[in-house]
Design a binder for this molecule. Sequence first.
Ligand code: ZN
Length: 151
Amino acid sequence: MFDLRSLYQQVIVDHSKAPRHFGVLTPCSHDADGHNPLCGDHLHVYLQVANDGQIVDASFEGEGCAISVASASMMTEAMIGHTVTEFEALFDRFQKMVTSPVDEALDDEAMGKLAVLGGVREFPSRIKCAILCWHTVKSAITAQGGVAHTE
Ligand code: ZN
C-alpha cells in the first residue's frame, strides 16, 4: 500500500472506488486510448468539445490501479466547463506538480483538489499512473483516435 498522507489517501480511495464521469460518452467529438504498460493501467477517454473550444463533457472507462482511476476521475471533474487551452495549461501544472522535487511545497491553491495527487511524486513508479489519463486527453485533442503511452 502507499504511505500517502491519510487525507490524500482518503480522497484517492473515494475517487477510485466511485469514479466520477465513468462510462462511454455520447455524443463525443474526441476520444483516445491510453496505456501504461508498467502498471497495466488501460483507460479510454471521451470528450465533447464545442466549436468554441469549450469542453462540454468528458468521461473515461477502463481498468487501472487506484491512482490511475482516481486521477482520471478528478481530471474529468476539473476539465468540464473549461476550454481546451485551459486544459493544456492545467496539464502543464499537473505534470510539473507530480514531477517536482519531494521537498518542494505543493501549490495547493493553484491545483485545487488535484493537489492530493501530488503525493505520487514520492513514488516515482506511480507518476505514470497519475499522468496517464492526462496524456490520453492530450492525444485525443491533438491526434484524433491516437493511442497515448506513458513509455
Ligand atoms: Zn497504475
